[in-house]
Design a protein around this ligand. Structure first.
Ligand code: NAD
Length: 375
């Protein structure tokens, strides 16, 4: 089995393999061919891939004979000419926004697997690219906030006077939110956090932060469907807005991470609420690409409203390319090795497997995933 590792397109800094995973594929009995320069923006020179046992080549050379094609983002189908019929294309393929590309993968005879549709089950935890990348994004959001903030995070008692600790509020306590809380705490901030899922209350407390929860209207008990949140009732949204209004005026930094799968991000901070924040405060909106949790957020840009910086964070994991690549690459390896059949020396994907059903987009010349076929 030959595995092709693609060099990503413009704007993408990460790489779908690192020397460590190349060694692991070689140990499984596979050959690995890396497109020249694929690791450059993730601080992995070609020489390190070679030392790990990979061969190097241009796009056409690495695709030739490749039974598996690894990528971070879905490659432009036009660049896959010469790919082998039946090859697995594995990456975060963004199928809902790239249905045309999925059709083109079918036409090219590829078996496309969308890693971001990995089910939230314990067996798949180590294969979950959304988690591995969100964790880094949660960390980086706090670092970016600290860098934009004109004051210090920790309390400092100096001969010249006392610097008070920053007050950080994290809204949405999934994978990114938990890491944001932990990072802000490490930097010495006073941290509070909120979510609609009651299960997060204990997690917030265990990280030494203060939970701020709507108490008078029921939220989501337990973990909700697959761990995700759902849209809340109007009554809940109103109670949440009141709670946020009272709290937010006293905060220096707000990190918002709230997402609802398949829906625009819930609006958590209105312009009127923003106006109550002190000039110099900083908001990092990690939901910017899904429409934003904050009114006025622009994905990929920083807007200043009434002296408050609103950073519309877009794919922050890309700015930690080396670590993000290492974790993403490991997710891909964990997935492929879990299905590896030693005798056939290739991954075998059973039709009835929960993971396969969730992530398989195309199979034997057809689009097969229910999320794409059911209108
Ligand atoms: P996410 O990115 O979908 O959402 C981020 C957070 O925003 C969630 O905690 C959500 O409850 C919260 N949120 C949504 N609407 C909100 C609102 N109106 N107000 C406040 N908060 C709101 O979530 P995620 O980071 O992907 O993780 C969700 C859950 O899935 C977590 O419990 C996580 O532990 C679990 N998970 C499980 C696995 C696994 O078992 N394989 C893998 C990853 C995550």
């Amino acid at each position: 089995m030959r595995i092709a590792v693609l060099k990503e397109g413009a704007g993408e800094t990460r790489c779908a393999a690192v020397p460590d995973t190349v060694k692991k594929y070689v140990a499984l009995g596979a050959q690995v061919a890396v497109e020249r320069g694929a690791g450059a923006s993730a601080s992995v020179p070609d020489s390190e891939f070679e030392a790990a046992g990979a061969t190097l080549g241009d796009r056409a050379e690495v695709l030739k004979g490749g039974g598996i094609i690894l990528s971070i983002a879905g490659p432009d189908p036009a660049t896959l000419k010469g790919a082998e019929q039946g090859a697995l294309l594995v990456g975060a393929l963004d199928p809902l926004r790239r249905q045309g590309a999925v059709e083109a993968y079918v036409a090219a005879g590829l078996e496309a697997l969308a890693m971001e549709w990995m089910p939230r089950i314990s067996r798949a935890q180590s294969m979950d690219v959304l988690s591995s990348q969100s964790n880094l994004a949660g960390y980086k959001a706090v670092i970016d906030a600290a860098s934009a903030y004109g004051r210090a995070f920790p309390m400092m008692m100096t001969a010249a006077g006392t610097v008070s600790p920053a007050k950080v509020f994290v809204m949405g306590v999934g994978v990114a939110g938990l890491q944001a809380i932990a990072t802000a705490r490490r930097l010495g901030a006073q941290v509070s956090a909120t979510d609609v899922r009651s299960a997060t209350k204990e997690q917030i407390q265990s990280l030494g932060a203060k939970p701020i929860f709507v108490e008078n209207v029921a939220g989501i008990e337990g973990e909700g469907a697959g761990g995700y949140a759902a849209e809340m009732s109007e009554e809940y949204q109103k109670a949440q807005a009141e709670l946020v209004s009272a709290h937010i005026a006293k905060q220096d930094i707000v990190i918002t991470t709230a997402l609802i799968p398949g829906r625009p991000a819930p609006r958590l901070i209105s312009k009127a609420q923003l106006a109550t924040m002190r000039p110099g405060s900083v908001i990092v909106d990690l939901a910017a690409e899904a429409g934003g949790n904050v009114e006025g957020t622009v994905a990929g840009e920083t807007v200043v409203v009434g002296g408050v910086d609103i950073i519309g964070a877009a794919n922050l994991a890309r700015s930690l390319a080396a670590d993000a690549s290492a974790l993403f690459a490991r997710n891909l390896y964990n997935f492929l090795s879990a299905f590896w059949d030693k005798e056939q020396a290739r991954p075998v994907l059973p039709d009835d497997d929960e993971i396969v059903k969730a992530i398989r987009l195309t199979h034997s010349g057809k689009v097969v995933n229910e999320r794409l076929t059911v209108a």
